[in-house]
Design a protein around this ligand. Structure first.
Ligand SMILES: CC(C)(COP(=O)(O)OP(=O)(O)OC[C@H]1O[C@@H](n2cnc3c(N)ncnc32)[C@H](O)[C@@H]1OP(=O)(O)O)[C@@H](O)C(=O)NCCC(=O)NCCS
Length: 414
């Protein structure tokens, strides 16, 4: 960690951290209980958690004073701040985010933004497998996320969602269904009663439903060291809340059909190592051709290239193409349903256009199922024209393919 921290410092010029041991102050204001924890190199220096019925924001600064006095440190003595950026109550989250932004500005220190669901999942010990983390989303809904657990490492499988418990269990089935037979899954929640019934009436009925602590701050602090190791600390300006659902105030003003939080997408080259993550996305996009994990292992060979859209380490979408002479075929394109209509496919295809232009491609073409209205609308918006039909081209179910094409010109890469 000391080595990682030093290498991080050289990257993060505006912040001057000179100590070898890293101290993190972690806060959770997203839940009704809330809490604070101070850590030094993953070791807990002190923490405050009072399961009071008062709104946490009204106790927060009092408890901060108590904690800093007890451990003899002031807020400026920490090297980074960790905060639950969501999901949770709008007002509660804002209190924590505003406090951390102010500290980061004043003391010129970075911030680790951590999901409360990640802190729930981190508490599950035991063999490798999957963890479905659940928190109370109110109004009969749950906030949920799925992780693949390997030792202490938790890898996101898809994004956070808010839905009713039965829908969430169905979503878990879709995300890990293909492999669940061989793997164990634990449903973890500070309030396991929220999900127990839905699990009991699902294919996961024999799975463990584990009660974990609602005292998340120490776990948030621990995860923040991983965020630092991954070089994903942010500054005050970049920190954003992830409400998963819009605040009530916003929802009354806007339609409620698109309750997604802002996602931060990075586009990067695909490699054959992404094959497994892509195969987990496939069941969520049944309209698209299925290649399976083995098919995607061909990326990087046989002229197949691709790009991934990644949101905080999670593969959210991808495109794969093949260039032959002066033509490029779009072989497949998918975006996680929970992240659609955010121009992710547009950004993926822009990466493909840029590649095509460099390769001297003059024409791009693809096939799409006739019934795939979303993809047809997307390609039409991209300037493709439908100019052919292949009878019974697809199986399961049998269906005609429409062939689409467009000429490539320099406007495409802008
Ligand atoms: C098709 C698909 C990749 C589009 O992904 P996306 O990230 O939502 O697309 P974008 O946000 O970049 O959409 C850009 C534009 O395309 C059009 N478009 C995309 N999806 C649309 C839809 N469902 N209905 C109507 N128009 C749509 C719109 O003009 C949109 O712009 P707007 O949101 O400002 O109106 C996505 O729906 C998907 O993964 N579908 C399942 C897999 C699939 O069918 N793949 C195609 C295999 S050939």
């Amino acid at each position: 960690m000391a080595f990682e921290l030093l290498s991080y410092i050289t990257q993060f010029q505006p912040f001057s951290i000179t100590m070898q041991a890293m101290r993190i102050l972690a806060i959770d204001t997203g839940s009704s209980s809330g809490g604070l924890a101070a850590l030094e190199d993953k070791r807990l220096l002190g923490h405050v958690f009072t399961n009071d019925r008062d709104d946490y924001s009204s106790r927060f600064f009092r408890e901060l004073d108590a904690l800093t006095a007890a451990i003899g440190l002031s807020v400026g003595d920490f090297d980074a701040y960790a905060v639950v950026a969501g999901p949770g109550s709008f007002t509660g989250l804002r209190v924590g985010l505003t406090a951390v932004k102010a500290w980061a500005e004043v003391h010129r220190k970075p911030i680790a933004s951590v999901s409360g669901l990640h802190a729930v999942a981190a508490q599950v010990a035991g063999p490798d497998g999957f963890v479905a983390a659940v928190m109370d989303g109110r109004r009969g809904q749950v906030f949920g996320a799925v992780f693949r657990k390997t030792g202490e490492r938790l890898e996101w499988v898809g994004e956070e969602v808010v839905m009713n418990p039965a829908e969430f269990v169905a979503e878990v089935t879709a995300r890990i269904g293909a492999v669940s037979g061989k793997h164990r899954i634990v449903f973890a929640s500070p309030a396991p009663e929220l999900i127990r019934e839905a699990v009991a009436s699902s294919p996961f009925r024999d799975s463990i439903v584990e009660k974990v602590s609602s005292d998340l701050a120490p776990w948030v602090g621990k995860l923040a060291f991983d965020v630092a190791d991954e070089r994903e600390l942010v500054d005050a300006l970049s920190l954003d809340a992830n409400y998963v659902r819009r605040s009530d105030a916003e929802s009354y003003w806007k339609d409620t059909a698109a309750p997604r939080a802002k996602t931060v997408i990075t586009i990067r080259h695909l490699t054959s190592e992404d094959a497994r993550d892509i195969s987990l996305l496939e069941p969520l996009c049944p309209e698209a051709p299925r290649w399976g994990e083995a098919g995607y292992r061909q990326i990087g060979s046989n002229g197949i290239e691709g790009w991934a859209a990644v949101n905080r380490g999670t593969l959210t979408g991808f495109v794969v193409v093949r260039v032959a002479a002066d033509e490029m075929e779009i072989l497949n394109l998918m975006v996680n349903p929970s992240a659609r209509r955010q121009k992710i496919a547009s950004r993926l295809i822009a990466a493909a256009y840029a590649h095509a232009e460099k390769a001297g491609v003059k024409r791009i073409y693809l096939e799409v199922r006739e019934s795939n209205a979303k993809a047809r609308a997307f390609y039409l918006a991209q300037g493709f024209e439908e100019h052919g039909r292949r009878k019974n081209y697809y199986a399961e179910p049998a269906e005609d393919a429409l062939t689409l094409g467009k000429k490539l010109n320099s406007d495409n890469t802008r």
